[in-house]
Design a protein around this ligand. Structure first.
Ligand code: FAD
Length: 360
């Protein structure tokens, strides 16, 4: 809230536009210098409307905004500048300023986010903060990670459906007495499904940026739903802790030697249980998708994602030489490192210090 005006007012910052979020460098709102010295603040198209800042006329306290717009002088674009603009008087919008209330956000307190546009609003010369001279703005480079996450989640959807069909058939064809097999299949499917969501779902939601938080896109609902699913009827981590040792021969041998529980098992075995179960699920998914005729590029993309999720293990198992070559990884490595250093020896009797008799 600011008190620079005669009455206190809420201040908003209007930068983002509907069609220009992180690339604000390309925003389109214009502030054109008119013959009388005023500026004409205008939203030239719906994509140039300001997106998100709460500009609604509620609470009885006026709102002003620092609006980022292109300064246009004699038809020349002089770059993006900030302008102080009255938005509403606390009860109704100012003339020429339109605010459209955005729908509710999931799980957050309502602050009245809006889409705001300006229809040739006249603002005085003093509204411009700073100088007329051009400032240097830097755009952001364009990467393409968003499409990658979406394609990976699409591929996961296809292979998960194939896995689900295959395993549902297995489970229903398995006699109830064979409960261990049923439990194992269910644990693998669940751990694999939740693992995909944890790695991909959150990223897909994040890539939707502000759209992530609105109820109608259901990201937050899916998030809380799947958090519940991950815990209900057996938390995936604990399912993995139980299943992996049962499946792993090394662990069975360790169990025979009495090392199934204890500090050593905690250190070596437990952290690997869930990734181990998920890796089995990845393989099952790959086979189910291939057998079900899921298109080859999707299966290939899925495979790349699965390998990427456990890259260190795949690299270790691929037979390449040890990828950690640091001298401190073992005593042998250290000894070899010291032994490899150039050695300098000699027989010099160089003595830089003059022999000074001590005086008492
Ligand atoms: C709670 C909330 C309050 C806000 N309040 C204000 C406010 O007061 N004033 C205001 O002006 N704005 C406000 N905003 C808007 C906010 O600044 C924008 O949401 C943000 O800049 C991102 O813009 P966008 O949502 O249009 O996403 P986009 O720019 O469309 O980005 C979508 C996704 O695309 C990806 N992406 C975009 N560009 C690149 C690139 N160059 N390289 C790689 N990937 C890219 C990113 O992963 C990004 O997550 C608010 C937003 C929220 C959620």
């Amino acid at each position: 809230m600011i008190g620079a005006t005669s009455t206190p007012a809420w201040a908003q910052f209007l930068l983002t536009e509907v069609a220009h979020g992180l690339d604000a460098f390309n925003l389109e709102t214009t502030a054109t210098v008119k013959d009388d010295g005023n500026f004409d603040l205008h939203t030239p198209n719906p994509g140039a409307a300001k997106y998100m800042p709460p500009t609604l006329p509620f609470g009885g306290v006026p709102r002003v905004g620092v609006v980022m717009a292109r300064l246009v002088v004699n038809g020349v674009d002089k770059g993006i500048r900030p302008f102080v603009v009255a938005l509403n008087d606390g009860k109704e919008m100012c003339k020429g300023v339109t605010a459209r209330e955005l729908p509710s956000k999931s799980g957050c307190r309502a602050v009245g986010h809006a889409i705001t546009s300006f229809d040739h609003v006249a603002i005085p010369p003093s509204a411009l903060l700073g100088k007329w001279t051009r400032t240097q703005l830097r755009g952001i480079s364009t990467l393409g990670p968003s499409g990658g996450f979406i394609l990976h989640s699409l591929a996961q959807g296809f292979v998960l459906e194939a896995l689900y069909r295959r395993t549902a058939a297995w489970v229903s064809a398995t006699p109830v007495e064979n409960v261990n097999f049923r439990n194992a299949i269910c644990a693998i499917v669940k751990a694999t499904m939740i693992g995909h969501w944890r790695r991909t779902g959150v990223n897909v939601a994040d890539r939707c940026s502000a759209q992530e938080i609105f109820d109608y896109n259901q990201f937050m609902h899916v998030e809380s739903e799947l958090r519940g699913v991950a815990i209900a009827e057996g938390d995936v981590l604990v399912l993995g802790l139980r299943l992996a040792p049962e499946l792993s021969l090394a662990a069975i041998l360790a169990a025979v030697r009495g090392e199934y529980r204890g500090a050593r098992a905690n250190e070596l075995l437990l952290p690997r249980c869930l990734p181990f179960v998920e890796a089995i699920g990845h393989r099952m998914e790959f086979e189910a998708a291939t057998n079900a005729g899921v298109s080859a590029p999707l299966v290939c993309l899925y495979e790349l994602g699965a390998v990427g999720a456990g890259l260190a293990a795949y690299v270790e198992a691929s037979g390449v030489e040890k990828y950690a070559v640091g001298a401190i990884v073992s005593q042998e490595a250290w000894d070899a490192f010291v032994g490899s250093l150039d050695v300098y020896r000699g027989s010099s009797s160089y003595a830089p210090f003059v022999d000074i008799k001590a005086r008492l």
